[in-house]
Design a protein around this ligand. Structure first.
Ligand SMILES: *Cc1c(COP(=O)(O)O)cnc(C)c1O
Length: 393
């Protein structure tokens, strides 16, 4: 049967974590007490008024039909108002904003609107996987932009060869960054916009962690920089800001011609977001925002416990300014996947090996901070017990 599978599916990068997931499931069955830093999925619930808005809208019989493709205008207005309040960016809700079934959906479908077979996407490595897989599924090619610690995990745009630039259409950036936790400032975006103009590229900024920031740091939006709207789009999501990962609602905003091309793709694939979820999204964006600060303090505290614990064990870890991850150097000369296996087997701890995000992620491990402080303290204890201060598998 395997031979029936289309080449584009076979071309996707291999899924590296099957074995770890299998071991994890086996361990769960044996009731082994696993500490899971693997999946970046918030453990806190959405604020109650959002759940109530869903419930209220779901009780109305009129809200169970197909949603209109481009989302309720009220919702698009709320998205525009939110951007205005938060970033002083003006967006026209009529044609510069498009709600998505979660930002992953839009990110993965976007290449269908712009890539012809053989065209390149410039994609950070390591990265959130849909930039690559969306490109491959659309028949495009991926050119990796290494994100290196010595460059503060920003891509070195000058290093992209001319032959690639000639066939490149898209460039994906993501700051605050998953998995490296790096952030970008105005100067980086200015350089990026110049680069995009010069090479006729579409910039795609994935801004999922815009609100998950610490120590007084506030993230910059790509759209705040002059000229951004001429060259690109920004993807936003309610998943991390409002703890709504399972709900599937996000949006893309920016250049209206680019927005309308993605809308055309989507009109042929999905039939919009369930109307009660649109009402809940409206409640999230228009309602009280205090929980965001509280949530960030929770992540900040967990971050400190983990960073201090790992540092005391001799790991090299920087304290992130944003995202709910910690990106740590593997503490020994061992492949990140082997190290992840060892952590699971010896200590019952799940951590994502950096190589799972691309080959330049090798040498690092990603810890998600979506579990409570007690579990993090327990993990540090286990690490000390299982490995002492020397790390051998
Ligand atoms: C979590 C995440 C998203 C958000 O995905 P949704 O589909 O909106 O839930 C997007 N980009 C990155 C880098 C993420 O980590």
């Amino acid at each position: 049967m395997n031979s029936n599978i289309a080449r584009r599916l076979k071309n996707l990068p291999p899924y590296l974590f099957l074995e770890i997931e299998r071991t994890k499931r086996k361990a769960a069955k044996l009731k082994r007490n696993i500490i899971d830093f693997g999946v970046g999925d918030p453990d806190q619930p959405p604020p109650f008024h959002i759940i109530e808005a869903l419930y209220r809208a779901a009780k109305d019989p009129l809200n169970h039909r197909y949603a209109l493709g481009e989302g309720m205008l009220r919702l698009r207005r709320a998205m525009a108002d939110w951007y205005k309040r938060r970033f002083r960016v003006s967006l026209n809700p009529e044609n510069e904003i498009l709600p998505l079934l979660g930002s992953k959906e839009g990110i993965a479908h976007l290449p269908l609107a712009f890539l012809n077979p053989g065209d390149y996407s410039l994609v950070s490595d390591p990265c959130y996987p849909p930039y690559k897989t969306g490109t491959i599924l659309a028949g495009g090619r991926v050119y990796s932009l290494p994100l290196l610690e010595k460059n503060d995990y920003l891509p070195d745009l000058k290093k992209v060869p001319r032959r690639v630039l000639k066939k490149a259409k898209l460039i994906y950036v993501n700051y605050p960054n998953n998995p490296t936790t790096a952030v970008a400032d105005k100067n980086f975006y200015k350089e990026l916009i110049e680069f995009a103009k010069k090479n006729n590229l579409i910039v795609l900024s994935d801004f999922a962690y815009s609100e998950i920031t610490f120590d007084g740091y506030r993230a910059t939006s790509f759209l705040q920089i002059e000229g951004a709207k001429n060259v690109g789009l920004e993807f936003h999501s309610l998943s991390k800001t409002y703890n709504m990962t399972g709900w599937r609602i996000g949006w893309v905003c920016g250049n209206k011609n680019l927005v309308s091309a993605l809308a055309k793709v989507k009109s042929n694939i999905d039939s919009g977001i369930f109307i009660p979820i649109q009402f809940a999204g409206l409640a999230a964006l228009e309602g009280p925002q205090q929980h965001i600060q509280k949530m960030c303090r929770i992540y900040e505290k967990r971050r400190d416990i983990l960073v201090e614990g790992l540092t005391s064990l001799g790991w090299q870890v920087k304290r992130p300014k944003a995202t709910f991850y910690v990106w740590a150097k593997t503490p020994a000369k061992i492949k990140s996947l082997d190290f992840a296996r060892s952590l699971l087997k010896k200590a019952g701890i799940v951590v994502t090996p950096g190589v799972g995000f691309g080959k330049y992620g090798e040498g690092y491990m990603r810890f998600a901070l979506t579990l409570d402080s007690e579990r993090i303290r327990e993990a540090i204890k286990r690490l000390r017990r299982c490995y002492g201060n020397g790390f051998r598998s």
